[in-house]
Design a protein around this ligand. Structure first.
Ligand SMILES: Cc1cc2nc3c(=O)[nH]c(=O)nc-3n(C[C@H](O)[C@H](O)[C@H](O)COP(=O)(O)OP(=O)(O)OC[C@H]3O[C@@H](n4cnc5c(N)ncnc54)[C@H](O)[C@@H]3O)c2cc1C
Ligand code: FES
Length: 291
């Protein structure tokens, strides 16, 4: 008989291997420490697993065995080779356990859930991605999608704000991006540190002078709520229509599939109507406090 800690694993193994509602036991293949409190987990999924079919912007529910689950966006991976990546910041009970996982460890995963960035709507125009802190992780698959079809877009601009210079995610990838002539990357840190020669200030400050044509721009914004509100307002002030600014909403979740109402925000269930919504939908709702 399974012990109490093994029960979720036993249940997942006994569940019919069909549909994105069923949690699957998956294995950690690699762990990359991004910063002092954030890691990227590359997870090995069985062939045909629905989570390999994710669209950029979607999330999975992840749960270390014998504990709860939390929503975590897909941050990349090589689905054709059977892996997906999630970048997790340690902020509490479940995320701490996720950040402590090692290669070979098992956990539960179900998904993919929610709406996507749909960056292809920007084809033929400029694409501006604005990230704050861990918000770069949900944006990364959209950025990679745009770069994979670079010639179909005009300007590609990434504006990235971190708390300190040391909080930079995907630093090697960003170094490579900086060397590209067909991408504009601007990074700013809220607080300087000794020896830092980069920009200091909030990411919103970068919107005003970034090289994009507001009339053709699709903007994708992810970060803390206040950052998204200020950034979306700055983009709209520059002339980007609110319907062409997309943000990724965050609310506490239980079911992830529109059944429990835990993630309700006004008329929306963030898990199914979001997380990605356009700014004209989000703006009037972000005054509503999280439950
Ligand atoms: C659609 C969606 C996608 C997400 N994608 C990611 C992702 O890619 N990477 C990632 O690291 N997180 C992501 N999150 C946030 C993540 O789900 C939460 O950090 C997690 O649920 C916290 O659970 P916990 O048990 O670790 O913390 P808890 O024990 O529940 O909380 C501990 C403390 O942390 C605070 N806290 C809770 N959530 C957050 C938060 N989001 N930010 C800051 N403080 C918080 C609580 O108020 C509390 O004080 C996403 C959330 C949603 C809704
Ligand atoms: S988390 Fe249950 S309805 Fe959204």
């Amino acid at each position: 008989m399974a012990s109490l800690a093994e029960l979720p694993r036993a249940a997942a193994a006994a569940a019919p291997a069909a549909g994105p509602l069923v949690p699957r036991v998956v294995r950690v293949e690699r762990v990359h420490r991004e910063t002092r409190d954030t890691v990227t987990l590359a997870l090995r999924l069985p062939p045909g697993d629905p989570a390999l079919e994710y669209r950029p912007g979607q999330f999975d529910m992840l749960g270390p065995l014998g504990t709860g689950e939390v929503p975590i966006s897909v941050s990349g991976g090589a689905p054709a080779a059977g892996t997906v990546e999630h970048t997790v910041r340690d902020v509490g009970g479940v995320t701490r356990l996720l950040c402590g996982l090692r290669p070979g460890d098992e956990l539960l995963l179900r998904g993919p859930y929610g709406t996507a960035w749909d960056a292809e709507d920007g084809v033929g125009g400029d694409v501006v991605l604005v990230a704050g802190g861990i918000g770069l992780a949900p944006l990364r698959p959209a950025l990679l999608q745009v770069l994979a079809a670079r010639d179909r877009y005009r300007n590609v601009v990434l504006l990235y704000g971190t708390r300190t210079p040391r909080d930079l995610l995907f630093s090697r990838e960003l170094d490579r991006l900086r060397r590209r002539r067909d991408v504009v990357l601007e990074h700013t840190a809220d607080y300087a540190e000794a020896g830092w020669r980069g920009r200091v200030g909030v990411v919103t400050d970068l919107v005003g002078r970034a090289p994009f044509d507001p009339g053709t721009t699709l903007a994708l914004v992810c970060g803390p709520e206040v950052m998204m509100r200020l950034t979306a307002t700055a983009l709209v002030d520059r002339g980007v229509p609110a319907s062409r600014v997309r943000v990724s909403l965050e609310r506490a979740m239980l079911c992830g599939v529109g059944l429990c109402g835990h993630c309700q925000l006004g008329p929306l269930f963030v898990c199914t109507d979001g997380p990605v919504v356009s700014w004209d939908t989000a703006a009037p709702l972000l005054v509503i406090r999280e439950r």
